[in-house]
Write a protein that binds this ligand. Structure first.
Ligand SMILES: [Zn+2]
Ligand SMILES: [Zn+2]
Length: 346
């Protein structure tokens, strides 16, 4: 075991504080990563505050990890010391089920092992990226291409893949009209990636407050959903609507914005169940769908795509002592567009 520095929530809803944790010894197929940067995802806050219940405390959040390989186990073939690498939302899965074999480890039928707030195969709690080092199996480690700076790459490991995977699955590309609902950490990456894929991109945000940013990041159009004429104007417009918000949406209104055969894909997760009128789907053979992160192979594909197109996240770099303040600002939607922790300050 190695003792490493970390920032942890000692109990549900308690402020995060500096502490130390134990990392497992580097096993045959493990890589030891010197973490350089860790993004703050909205779900870190949910979990640290136990919004979904059953949190494991103390909790070290962080599933947007970028760093450099410091040591490799004897069986490791994919990585060498000095490689630039990332770790996202999961660090293991059963590797045998239909989904794992198809490269959809995120949908492992046994449940994937979360990067933090989970128990690994030995029953030990996993600790995330708000930490100076982490030990991860090479099969759940991805390569960060040289063209991507590590700080702007970190948020791609969750926000990037969460938007890339559904955009690819529902064929966003030239000739397709894509709406991105919400201009936050996920939404701003959705805009960049949909634009780079060649789609015509519209942002649907509560207000026009971030319009200039949206257009700069690749949106062709920007509408306020608080303006009722928006829904009339855009009726029957989109092939894909990617909802990145965690507030419950008026689904019938949003489904009315789809073209025939269009899909409304949710990557945000409201805590409460939502309702809809199924006629909203029947009239136009529409799909209401969800999507969760992406598999390891696809995460690598996403990083390569982002490097090729020069896409990183828009970030505010902070020191570890600012994490609690950053959490409050995320809850107030007061970040453009992702906080990233410089883990040298932990
Ligand atoms: Zn996340
Ligand atoms: Zn599996």
């Amino acid at each position: 075991m190695t003792t490493v520095a970390a920032y942890a929530a000692p109990a549900a809803k308690a402020p995060l504080e500096r502490t130390t944790i134990e990392r497992r010894p580097v096993g045959e197929f493990d890589v030891l990563i010197d973490i350089k940067f860790a993004g703050i995802c909205h779900s870190d806050i949910h979990q640290a505050r136990d919004g979904w219940g059953e949190g494991i405390f103390p909790m070290v959040p962080g599933h947007e990890i970028a760093g450099v390989v410091a040591e490799v186990g004897p069986g490791v073939t994919k990585f060498a010391v000095g490689d630039r690498v990332g770790v996202g939302c999961m660090v293991d899965s059963c590797r045998e089920c239909e989904n794992c074999r198809a490269g959809l480890e995120q949908y492992c039928l046994q449940g994937n092992t979360g990067t933090y707030n989970a128990l690994d195969k030995n029953g030990e709690p996993t600790y995330g990226g708000y930490s100076s080092q982490v030990v991860v199996d090479e099969n759940f480690t991805v390569r960060i291409p040289d063209g991507l700076a590590l700080d702007v790459a970190a948020p791609l490991l969750c926000a990037g893949i969460t938007t890339y995977s559904p955009l690819r699955h529902w064929n966003a590309g030239p000739g397709k009209k894509v709406a991105v609902v919400g201009m936050g950490g996920l939404g701003h990456m959705g805009v960049k990636i949909a634009h780079a894929l060649g789609a015509e991109v519209t942002v649907l945000s509560q207000s026009l407050r971030k319009k200039d940013d949206g257009l700069r990041l690749g949106a062709d159009h920007y509408y306020a959903t608080s303006d009722e004429t928006t829904f009339k104007k855009l009726r029957g417009t989109f092939d894909i609507i990617l909802s990145t918000v965690s507030a419950p949406l008026p689904l019938d209104a949003y489904l009315s914005l789809l073209r025939t055969d269009g899909a409304l894909v949710n990557v945000g997760a409201p805590e409460e169940p939502v309702s809809l009128n199924l006629f909203s789907l029947l009239g136009g053979r529409k799909t209401l769908a969800g999507s969760g992160i992406g598999g390891i192979r696809e995460t690598q594909e996403m990083l390569d795509f982002c490097a090729e197109h020069g896409l990183g996240a828009e970030i505010e770099l902070i020191g570890a002592s600012e994490i609690n303040e950053a959490y409050e600002r995320v809850l107030d939607s007061d970040v453009r567009y992702r906080f990233v922790i410089d883990t040298a300050t932990i």
